[in-house]
Ligand binder design. Structure first.
Ligand code: ADP
Length: 252
C-alpha cells in the first residue's frame, strides 16, 4: 500500500510516493494554477510507477495551494507536515528551520515529531527565497550560483529589513564598487539574522534541521550553524519535507 503527499508551495510543487520509505518524488514549478500543478505531480507519480489509484491509501495535500485541491483525501497544514517530514529525515530533530519561496518558519518538535511551538513569517519577503531571487536578479547571477559567490567574501552590511529598501541598498553598494561576492555574503548574513531570531523565539533545542528550497544554500546553513553554535543539518530530500510529512500522515 502506498500514500502520496503533495506540497503545493508558492514556487514549487513537491510530491512523494511513500510506502514507509520514499519510493519516488518529483518537484515542478507551481506556475499560475496550484490545482493543475497538484494534479500533474499526482498523475506523474502514478503513471511512472505503474500503480493505480486503488493502490493508494490516501492522497494528503499541504502547502499554500492545498485549499484548491478537490482530489485530496485529506488536507493538512504545512507546519504539521514539515514537522513529520523532518522527523523522518532525522528522528533526533527538535528544531526545524524551513525557508521556502515566500515564507519562513521555525518549529520546535517533540521526539515523535509533534509540533510544540512554531513561528511563521508569511507577511514579508525578507528572509525568504523571494529575497534571494530579487537579489540574484540585481547581481545578475542564478540563485544556484549565490552559494559559491557568497562562500568566501567578507560581507557588506545590508541593514534594511525590507526587500524593497534592501534592493536600493544593494544598487548603491554596486554603484560604489562593492564586489558581488561581498554583497551576496551580506545578503546571506541578513537572512541568517532573521532566521536565528525566529529560531531563538521558539527555543533552539536538540538537533537542528534546515528544510525548504533555500536549505540548498550551504553558505547560509554554515553561517546559521556558527551563529547558534550547533550544526544545522540538511538532507538530499530537505525540500521535500512537507510532501514527505503529508505522505507519512496518509499512510497512518
Ligand atoms: P515553496 O514551498 O514556497 O514553493 P520551496 O521550499 O520549494 O518553496 O523553495 C523554493 C525556493 O527555494 C525558491 O525561492 C528558490 O529560489 C529557492 N532556492 C532553490 N535553490 C536555491 C539555492 N541553491 N540557494 C538559495 N535558494 C534556493
Amino acid at each position: 500500500m502506498y500514500s502520496i503527499g503533495i506540497d503545493i508551495g508558492s514556487v514549487g510543487t513537491k510530491a512523494v510516493l511513500f510506502n514507509g520509505e520514499i519510493v519516488d518524488s518529483i518537484i515542478i514549478p507551481t506556475g499560475w494554477s496550484p490545482k493543475n500543478a497538484g494534479k500533474e505531480v499526482l498523475e506523474t507519480l502514478i503513471n511512472r510507477n505503474n500503480i493505480t489509484k486503488e493502490d493508494i491509501k490516501k492522497i494528503v495535500v499541504t502547502g499554500y495551494g492545498r485549499v484548491s485541491c478537490d482530489f485530496a483525501d485529506k488536507v493538512v497544514t504545512e507546519i504539521t507536515c514539515h514537522a513529520k517530514g523532518a522527523n523522518f529525515l532525522n528522528p533526533n530533530v527538535r528544531t526545524i528551520l524551513d525557508i521556502g519561496g515566500q515564507d519562513s518558519k521555525a518549529i520546535r518538535v517533540s521526539e515523535i515529531g509533534m509540533v510544540e511551538e512554531f513561528l511563521m513569517n508569511d507577511r514579508c519577503a525578507a528572509g525568504t527565497g523571494r529575497f534571494i531571487q530579487v537579489m540574484s536578479n540585481l547581481l545578475e547571477v542564478d540563485v544556484s550560483e549565490f552559494d559559491g559567490l557568497a562562500n568566501e567574501a567578507k560581507p557588506q552590511t545590508i541593514s534594511s529589513m525590507c526587500t524593497v529598501f534592501a534592493e536600493s541598498e544593494v544598487v548603491s553598494l554596486l554603484a560604489g564598487g562593492a564586489t558581488k561576492g561581498s554583497i551576496a555574503r551580506g545578503i546571506m548574513e541578513s537572512i541568517a539574522n532573521r532566521s536565528v531570531s525566529m529560531m531563538d523565539r521558539v527555543g533552539i533545542d536538540g538537533e537542528v534541521v534546515f528544510t525548504g528550497g533555500v536549505s540548498r544554500n550551504e553558505t547560509l546553513r554554515d553561517i546559521i550553524s556558527k551563529r547558534i553554535n550547533c550544526e544545522v543539518k540538511t538532507y538530499e530530500n530537505s525540500q521535500l519535507a512537507g510532501a514527505l510529512g503529508a505522505a507519512i500522515i496518509g499512510l497512518k
